[in-house]
Ligand binder design. Structure first.
Ligand SMILES: Cc1cc2nc3c(=O)[nH]c(=O)nc-3n(C[C@H](O)[C@H](O)[C@H](O)COP(=O)(O)OP(=O)(O)OC[C@H]3O[C@@H](n4cnc5c(N)ncnc54)[C@H](O)[C@@H]3O)c2cc1C
Length: 739
């Protein structure tokens, strides 16, 4: 029986020797010789043996590509939840090179001598079964605490620690029927040693594993068959074991460097060649594909077998290890049925055509920070543009750059900083270019340099029908108009051309106030902001904490002159009792370097509200203060706009609210919040969609004034007549906007 596993070879090195460096050197030699794997036995009671886990960590640091595994780990002396964290940590540190061989124990006197619990054979199998569940449970627990009610590992709220870098396989050292059945039910591999096997044991073991796997609804081929080999190994014997007994991994035991070298140079290539030739003759498919458990997680309505060839290798399904990293966005928990990850424009075209042929929701994702959360969904398809993240200078004289939608603003700022340039963006470095540069872009340079969309001079767009259109003043000008403010409605922008600005170091200010006199504080902030020169763009966040309202003012003075910076900030220092201040000169790229690379793990639904006002007048300030003072929101933010933003005529782009000087955002879900928000919203003149999570016709109508909306709808009817791009603030169908 050949299960079709790609052939692998490993070494089995004694963890104790004359010099502690010897096993490390043998591991390095294994890597140089082209072995896939170096393994170490684990007997944490053996005199003079190095601790296996410590040795593996050291070896992982001293090698670069070879996988490292315990062969096999002595579970009775290594508590499962801690083993899970240790394995995940080493896997992460080694770049996904840890594989986990587990054993149930055996040398019980020695284990007991070390303080371990003596178990009967039956108990030790049960304990191993529980341990496997616990280890996988801890790896999978995300941000949640982990609980397990087992007899051997009762975990009462375990913390996951880091997630592993790859899907760590669990191989089981098994000989007896119960262990073999456990391997079939739960293992990713069977790892016996040939010297302990009698004639027929391999076949018998395989049969037991296969039966148990099938009984558990698994494909037996999911379980890799590994074998520790002692002494001399004939090529013919290894070829037969690979082709007839399904051995996919041969591990040579021994510490003799010349024997390892002989095996690597003579036996390994001969075995590979003979197995490849015979597999080709037999037509054996190499590679197992998705497990039965993974296939069972596929969602209805998606033709998984029809995923275009170009996207197959990078696509992620619910049963895949990497699904955890792509399912949710920064703001919203999601469970899409398929995430397509194109790396070229042609692949975006393929992805869109495929998505169109499946009648499920479609999300377009660039940086995954959309406040509405529509770049994930439940059971639908997501086209994730993260890989289209280039930043390229097209013309230094005009400061024209091409940027991919998947780039994050902190990376863009860093790249442009090398030229002494900056592009007006949002205030958070983790946000993606695609979502922000199709909606507006209100950030720390807005009053001096305008919105992000005001710097777009051309865009390449994959349209609903799969054509790739260039949009600029001269080419598809209607599309160009729509992309700048309502891009999500008309296509997938696969690259933007921007003209950027020369920006040196800026004054980065953070001031904190006692804003308990909230109404007056807001009004004074508004007045100071409107009076301030354009080089000053400050935002304020208010929150009620233990009865006091704290106001945090932060933003940029676009000047590298300390006196100018202080002069600009002086009027703001007087808007309330100042309780903290910090001002520094820093490159814009440093200001933007405020996000991490952590996996997006949004929970539930976002509840964001947004509105635009021209002035923070007495009524707005009173309503805003009432909302903050009510304690019904943990987040109340005002961003300043105006200045250069208002220089652009309101009909020049699909973002029309050019007169607004302030963008107001808050979060809340209680009735009390809704009432206060409604009182405040009575003073709004429009809203900015990037900070809104409600969907619906009313929201779209507030975001786009009537003339803008009419033009948008006409353009949408031409470019996206079937409303393919309908999942995020669809303007296409009056009074019937889906969410
Ligand atoms: C922490 C945080 C801070 C923020 N700060 C600011 C700020 O300072 N200023 C500001 O203006 N906004 C800000 N925003 C809002 C942000 O601009 C928007 O949410 C934006 O849509 C996020 O872009 P993204 O690519 O990361 O999001 P995604 O979730 O990937 O995309 C959001 C939506 O945009 C559309 N879209 C994405 N990519 C494309 C594309 N290539 N072509 C066409 N449509 C596309 C899709 O409809 C998608 O649902 C912030 C958001 C967060 C979460």
């Amino acid at each position: 029986m050949d299960y079709g596993h790609p052939l692998q070879f490993g070494t089995f090195i004694t963890p104790g020797n004359a010099s502690p460096q010897v096993p490390v050197q043998l591991a390095q030699l294994s890597e140089q010789l082209g072995f896939d794997l170096v393994t170490f036995q684990d007997h944490p009671y053996q005199p003079a043996f190095l601790d296996t886990w410590t040795l593996m960590s050291y070896v992982a640091a001293a090698t670069t590509s070879i996988h490292v595994a315990p062969n096999v780990l002595n579970l009775p002396l290594r508590p499962a939840p801690v083993t899970a964290r240790a394995a995940a940590s080493l896997d992460l540190l080694s770049g996904g090179r840890l594989d986990l061989g587990l054993g149930a124990g055996g040398f019980w006197d020695a284990i007991e001598a070390m303080g371990g619990r003596r178990l009967t054979p039956g108990q030790s199998v049960d304990a191993l079964g529980e341990a496997i569940d616990v280890i996988r449970g801890v790896w999978d627990s995300g941000n949640r605490e982990y609980f397990a009610g087992g007899e051997y590992y009762p975990v009462k709220g375990g913390k996951r620690g880091p997630a592993p870098a790859h899907d760590i396989p669990i191989w089981i050292g098994a000989y007896k029927p119960r262990m073999l059945r456990l391997t079939g039910r739960k293992g990713d591999g069977w790892l016996p040693s040939l010297p302990y096997l009698k004639d027929g044991d391999l076949q018998d073991g395989n049969a037991r594993i296969d039966d148990a796997a099938a009984d558990a609804g698994r494909n037996p081929a999911e379980i890799r068959r590994l074998l520790n080999l002692g002494g001399d190994n004939e090529v013919d014997q290894l070829v037969t074991m690979a082709l007839e007994d399904g051995i996919g991994t041969c591990i040579v035991m021994g510490d003799d460097p010349s024997a390892l070298q002989r095996f690597a140079e003579e036996t390994m290539p001969a075995v590979r060649e003979a197995v490849e030739t015979e597999r080709a003759r037999r037509g054996t498919i190499v590679g197992v594909g998705r497990t039965a458990a993974a296939l069972a997680k596929r969602r209805e309505g998606i033709d998984y077998e029809g995923v275009p060839e170009s996207l197959r290798d990078t696509a992620i399904e619910p049963g895949d290890f990497a699904y955890r990293t792509v399912r949710s966005t920064y703001m919203r928990a999601g469970s899409p049925g398929l995430v397509l990850r194109p790396t070229t424009v042609d692949e975006v075209v393929d992805a869109l055509a495929f998505a169109r042929s499946n009648d499920v929701p479609l999300g377009i994702r660039s940086g995954g920070h959309g406040v509405s959360g529509r770049s994930t969904n439940d059971g639908g398809i997501v086209i994730d543009l993260k890989a289209l993240n280039g930043v390229e200078v097209l013309d230094a004289a005009t400061k024209r750059v091409r940027i991919g939608p998947g780039a994050r603003w902190m990376d863009v700022a860093q790249s442009l900083d090398e030229h002494g340039w900056a592009l007006s963006s949002g205030d958070y470095g983790g946000v993606g270019v695609g979502g922000l540069a199709t909606a507006g872009g209100i950030g720390f340079l807005a009053r001096e340099h305008g919105l992000t969309i005001d710097h777009v001079v051309a865009a390449e767009v994959v349209l609903a029908d799969g054509t790739v259109a260039r949009a600029s003043v001269d080419e598809n000008p209607d599309l160009f108009w729509a992309v700048r403010g309502a891009g999500a409605n008309v296509g997938i922008v696969v690259s933007f051309e921007f003209e950027v600005d020369a920006v040196g170091e800026v004054g980065w200010a953070q001031l904190a106030f006692d804003a308990s006199d909230t109404e007056a504080f807001l009004q004074r902030f508004g007045e100071a902001m409107e009076r301030a020169p354009r080089d000053t763009t400050l935002f304020v966040i208010l929150a009620k904490q233990r009865g006091d309202v704290i106001g945090q003012l932060y933003g940029v003075v676009d000047s590298n002159d300390p006196d100018t910076i202080l002069e600009r900030l002086q009027p703001f220092a007087a808007i309330g009792p100042l309780v903290g201040q910090q001002v520094q000169l820093a490159p814009y790229a440093v200001v933007m370097a405020n996000a991490s690379d952590a996996t997006h793990d949004g929970q539930g639904e976002p509840h964001f509200r947004s509105g635009l006002v021209e002035h923070l007048d007495a009524q707005v300030a009173a309503a805003g203060a009432a909302l903050v003072q009510s304690g019904s929101t943990p987040w109340f933010q005002i961003r300043s706009v105006g200045g250069a933003v208002a220089d652009i005529p309101s009909d020049a782009t699909a973002y029309a609210h050019r007169a607004a000087n302030f963008s107001i955002t808050s979060i809340g879900r209680s009735d009390r919040f809704e009432q206060h928000w409604a009182d405040l919203a009575a003073h709004f003149d429009g809203l900015y969609l990037s900070f809104e999570s409600r969907q619906g016709a009313e929201i779209v109508e507030e975001a786009f004034p009537p003339a803008t909306l009419a033009r948008l709808r006409e353009i949408k009817r031409r470019y996206d007549p079937d409303a393919v791009f309908r999942d995020n603030f669809n303007v296409g169908v009056e009074n019937a906007v889906n969410g």
